[in-house]
Write a protein that binds this ligand. Structure first.
Ligand code: PHE
Length: 382
C-alpha cells in the first residue's frame, strides 16, 4: 500500500458517506499530518484530466511520505470530485477551505473551473496551485493563485508559429467551444499571432460543450477551403469533430492545444486524427532522465503511461512540497510567499520559475498524431 493518507470524496455527497472508489483509501488522519485539498474532475466530460492529475499528485505525495514526509509530518490529500462542472468546483473549494487544517488547494485542471474556484481561495487567503489551467484570467484572480504551466497567449503563438513555419499553411479556419474560457482564449491568441505572421483566418465557427453534431459548422468551413482547422477544445468534442470533418471529405490537418491530451482522444476520433498536431506541456517520448524516471514510476504504479496532465499534477504537488519546506511557518501567508518565490525548480515538465504574475515561464512541445500515438515534433521556447 502507498504511504499517502488520502481520501477521495464526491463533491456533492456529505463527508465520508460515499467514497468515489477511485484510489480511495481509509482516511486515518492523526493530527500529525499536513493536509492539502484537491479539486478535480474525476468524473464528467473531462474525467481523464482529473484522474491523471490526481494520480500525478498522489505519486508525488507517496514519494515524499515514503521518504519521511515533511518536518516529521505526513502529507494528507483530501480530494473532491467536481464532475467537470465549474459550479461544483466552487462548492468543492468552499468545502475544503472550511476545514481549517487545509493549508493549500491543488486544482483545478481546466481554466473555467479554476476561474470558478479561485475567488474562494483568494477571499480566504488560501494558496491555490493549478497544475494546468492556461487561460490568463486564472492567476489574475489574486495573489494567492498560482499555476505551474505556461499561459495561452504563448500557447496560441506556438501553434500559429508552427502552422506558418513548419506546416507552411496560411489559411486557417477555427471551430471553438464558446462554453470554455480556455477554448475561446486560445482561439483569440492564435488568431492574433497567425495574422501577425501573415496568415488569415478564413472562418471562425463555434459550438457549445454539449454539442455532438458539428456538420453545419464544418460544411461552412469546407466551403472556405482552409489549409488547416484549429480546434482548441477538449478531447471529447475534438474526437467527434475529427470524425465528422473526415466524413465531410475535408482532408486539412486539425490543429489543437493541450486540451487534446487524453488517451480518450484517439479512442473517440480514431483514424480521423492521423496527421493532426497539438501543442502540449510535455511528451512522454522525451529521453530527459527526469521524464524517463517519471514515466517508469508512473507506469509501474498505474499500468498506463502518464499523459501531460499527470506530469503537471506531479509537478504542482512537488512545487507545493518544495514551498512548504522553504516556508518560514506553515501559515497560509508564509506558504503563499514561499510559493511566489519559486525559482528554477527542476520539474518533470521543465524548469519552473514563477514570474510576478504567478505564472510559469516554460517551453511548449508540439506533438503529431501518427498511428494513434502522440509523436514529438519540436520544442518551442517562450
Ligand atoms: N489548459 C487547459 C485549460 O486551461 C487544461 C488542460 C491542460 C487540458 C493540460 C489537458 C492538458 O483548460
Amino acid at each position: 500500500m502507498g504511504a499517502v493518507v488520502s481520501q477521495v470524496l464526491s463533491g456533492c455527497t456529505p463527508k465520508n458517506s460515499s467514497l468515489s472508489g477511485i484510489n480511495s483509501r481509509t482516511f486515518t488522519a492523526t493530527g500529525n499530518t499536513i493536509r492539502v485539498g484537491e479539486v478535480s474532475s474525476l468524473s464528467g466530460s473531462e474525467a481523464t484530466f482529473g484522474l491523471s492529475a490526481h494520480r500525478g499528485i498522489e505519486l508525488a505525495f507517496d514519494e515524499i511520505n515514503r521518504n519521511g514526509g515533511i518536518l516529521g509530518k505526513k502529507l494528507e490529500l483530501v480530494t473532491l470530485d467536481d464532475r467537470s462542472k465549474p459550479e461544483e468546483a466552487a462548492t468543492a473549494a468552499t468545502k475544503l477551505i472550511a476545514d481549517s487544517a487545509v493549508i493549500a488547494v491543488l486544482g483545478e485542471v481546466a481554466s473555467s473551473r479554476s476561474i470558478a474556484m479561485a475567488p474562494i481561495a483568494q477571499n480566504s487567503k488560501t494558496p491555490m496551485i493549478s497544475p494546468s489551467s492556461t487561460n490568463p484570467r486564472v492567476t489574475e484572480m489574486g495573489n494567492y493563485i498560482f499555476r505551474v504551466c505556461f499561459i495561452d497567449p504563448f500557447q496560441g503563438e506556438v501553434m500559429a508559429k508552427f502552422a506558418l513555419e513548419h506546416l507552411k499553411v496560411k489559411k486557417v479556419a477555427i471551430l471553438r467551444d464558446v462554453d470554455s474560457d480556455y477554448s475561446t482564449g486560445l482561439a483569440d491568441y492564435f488568431t492574433a499571432a497567425l495574422k501577425k505572421g501573415g496568415g488569415t483566418i478564413v472562418l471562425d465557427e463555434s459550438y457549445t460543450s454539449s454539442d455532438i453534431d458539428f456538420k453545419s459548422q464544418l460544411t461552412a468551413i469546407r466551403a472556405k477551403k482552409p489549409d488547416a482547422i484549429l480546434v482548441p477544445g477538449y478531447y471529447t468534442s475534438v474526437g467527434l469533430i475529427a470524425r465528422q470533418t473526415r466524413e465531410l471529405g475535408i482532408q486539412a490537418p486539425l490543429l489543437g492545444g493541450d486540451g487534446w491530451d487524453s488517451p480518450k482522444l484517439v479512442e473517440i476520433g480514431g483514424k480521423a486524427l492521423e496527421n493532426s498536431y497539438f501543442s502540449n506541456h510535455y511528451s512522454n517520448d522525451d529521453t530527459a532522465p527526469k521524464i524517463k524516471d517519471f514515466v517508469t514510476q508512473f507506469s509501474q504504479r498505474y499500468t498506463s503511461k502518464p499523459d501531460g496532465m499527470a506530469a503537471m499534477g506531479y509537478d504542482a504537488a512537488m512545487i507545493l512540497v518544495d514551498s512548504i519546506r522553504r516556508s518560514k511557518t506553515l501559515s497560509k501567508q508564509d506558504l503563499r510567499d514561499a510559493i511566489a518565490a519559486t525559482k528554477g525548480f527542476a520539474a518533470v515538465t521543465g524548469n519552473i520559475s514563477l514570474n510576478e504574475h504567478r505564472n510559469a515561464v516554460k517551453p511548449a512541445v508540439v506533438l503529431k498524431i501518427v498511428d494513434g500515438l502522440f509523436r514529438y515534433q519540436t520544442t518551442i521556447q517562450p
